[in-house]
Ligand binder design. Structure first.
Ligand code: GCU
Length: 322
């Protein structure tokens, strides 16, 4: 008995050491094409993590919806089947109601206001909220503004009437389209091209880089710059994956994710100009719209947010950022 417990005692620290010395692979899945700036950023971050941990922590990336859409990848994070994923803030709404705030049309006063909120204390507080769901957010990425595009020009809210529009389906985005008289269609990002081509939807809404990189521009030639929302992307990591890392490795991963925000932002700004030029070359028409009319039409959503205790709390915090 004595000999046995002694051997167990002696073996225990050895096992611990060999475990922490083992290399860890973090699987990261997302739904973007390889040339999207966020995809480029994630590869850059993966290299930084590998370099700084002397190859002990590797991030293996699966892009282009290989592991499904954001809803699926977030669920895989919860089940421990995946370590990290990139999702749009809208896609966090079903997990954490506070994230509905990003789907509120015309939330930000300016690009500077967006930066101060998303990359500042309010954004950092939001990032911790999903913890009870089994994951947290490590970084936010600029994703510009989203506007409608379709086969016919949209100049004013009345032009949306009767259109079937693909959205990232959440209660807030669905309501936004309904307020304009359209019907929202919940189609996964990777299937929107075919849906537009086959006439399953008349229009969609996204930022300019995604409009061009997905080649939706080939079918939907009119991009109406109503800029209804500015929805950032977030990088999520499962709490189970975090626990597989040593405290020092956790810090390296967190820091690399934070650093990747600035890297992405720089790429993003250049990409918007490039994508717009490419779209024009491919025959797209950019339309200036009657923005105040869109703001007015979507005002009932603001009234609803002001009345809701959770939503109004975050709305007030965001409005208070100077
Ligand atoms: C943008 C955004 C993605 C999102 C996509 C969509 O490209 O960056 O995170 O998934 O829009 O409309 O589904």
């Amino acid at each position: 008995m004595k000999a046995l417990s002694l051997s167990v005692l002696l073996a225990a620290p050895l096992t611990m050491t060999s475990l922490s010395a083992q290399a860890v692979t973090l699987k990261l899945a997302h739904n973007l094409q390889a040339d999207h700036v966020v995809a480029v950023t994630l590869r850059h971050m993966a290299k930084e993590i590998s370099d700084k941990t002397n190859g002990k922590v590797k991030v293996r990336i699966y892009g282009d919806s290989q592991m499904g859409g954001p809803r699926q990848t977030l669920e895989m994070l919860q089940q421990g089947a995946l370590s990290m994923t990139k999702v749009s803030a809208s896609e966090l709404e079903p997990f954490e109601p506070a994230f509905s705030i990003f789907s509120l049309p015309y939330l930000f006063r300016s690009p500077e206001h967006f930066d101060k909120v998303v990359f500042g204390p309010v954004g950092h507080a939001l990032e911790q909220l999903p913890k009870k769901n089994g994951f947290v957010l490590l970084a936010a990425y600029e994703a510009g503004t989203r506007s409608f595009y379709g086969k016919k020009p949209i100049r004013e809210p009345a032009d949306v009437k009767g259109l079937k529009i693909r959205v990232v389906s959440t209660p807030t985005t669905n309501k936004m389209v309904e307020l304009l008289g359209g019907s929202p269609a919940p189609i996964p990002f990777g299937e929107v091209y075919t849906a537009l081509q086959q006439g399953v939807v008349d229009a969609a809404e996204n930022n300019i880089p995604s409009y061009v990189q997905t080649r939706h521009v080939e079918i939907a030639k009119y991009y109406s710059e109503d800029q209804h929302t500015a929805v950032p992307d977030f990088l999520a990591i499962s709490t189970m994956a975090m626990q597989r890392l040593s405290p020092e490795q956790q810090e390296i991963v967190k820091q690399a994710a934070r650093d990747s925000e600035k890297y992405e932002k720089k790429l993003w700004t250049a990409q918007v100009q490039k994508s717009k030029a490419e779209a024009i070359k491919l025959g797209a028409t950019f339309i200036k719209v009657d923005k105040p009319a869109f703001q007015q039409a979507m005002k009932p959503l603001w009234d609803e947010f002001k009345k809701d205790p959770v939503k109004s709390k975050w709305l007030n915090k965001i409005e208070a950022v100077k």
